[in-house]
Design a protein around this ligand. Structure first.
Ligand code: GRF
Length: 206
């Protein structure tokens, strides 16, 4: 029997992507062991979802730390005992510094609700609608030091309807996210990858 890949998931809010990953692990379509879910915000739904699934949770409120470096030190210390092979960001709302990213070099994943490099940062769906874009989508990428600038693993587009609202667009984007995040994770984590310039190539893919 093949070994499961140990991952840690960082969250800040609702955790619907966390839920999709948990369910993929439970269904054994994603061969991962979620060792710990860490939130930088107390009492969020994501922590409840993890606890309901019997996954260990840790809360490290970022406002308890004077600097980002101190917060990250606490985060790294909390992660270390689990020796996660990968760190998966699922709605985690803090920027990670190069020290953190050096520790988990090219092993931090994120999902963003827009077709990067368009509309990085917060409230991407609102940005898209304000701009009047006709197409948007979802991007899964490797995290680097920038805001949503890392090499792209997988993208899927969605057409924006004439009467689209932020709420209806977010619903469409979430449906895509919950499907493609576990799918992208499975490909990268189980097959491995190489990065040529900015291009991510999954080993064995055509
Ligand atoms: C998602 O839209 C994700 O793309 C972005 O943050 C949101 C998190 O939602 N990074 P949830 O907490 O997974 O429901």
């Amino acid at each position: 029997m093949s070994e499961k890949i140990v991952i840690a998931i960082l969250v800040s809010g609702d955790g619907s992507n966390l839920q999709a990953i948990i369910e993929s692990c439970q269904a054994k379509t994603l061969p991962c062991d979620i060792a710990v879910v860490i939130s930088n915000r107390p009492r969020v739904r994501a922590l409840e979802r993890a606890e309901a699934a019997g996954i260990k949770t840790v809360c490290i409120p970022h406002q308890d730390y004077a600097t980002r470096a101190d917060f990250e030190e606490a985060l790294l210390s909390a992660l270390a005992p689990f020796s996660p092979a990968w760190i998966v960001l699922a709605g985690f709302d803090r920027i990670l510094s190069s020290k953190f990213l050096h520790t988990y070099h090219q092993r931090v994943l994120n999902i963003h609700p827009a077709l990067l490099p368009a509309f990085p940062g917060l409230h991407a769906a609102r940005q898209v609608l304000d701009y009047g874009a006709k197409v948007t989508g979802v991007t899964v990428h490797i995290v680097d030091e920038g805001t949503d600038t890392g090499p792209i693993i997988l993208q899927e587009s969605v057409v924006i309807a004439n009467n689209e609202t932020e709420e209806s667009l977010l619903k469409k984007l979430h449906e895509i996210e919950h499907r493609i995040y576990p799918e992208a994770m499975k490909r990268v984590l189980t097959k491995g990858f190489e990065i040529d310039g900015r291009t991510v190539r999954i080993i064995g893919d055509e």
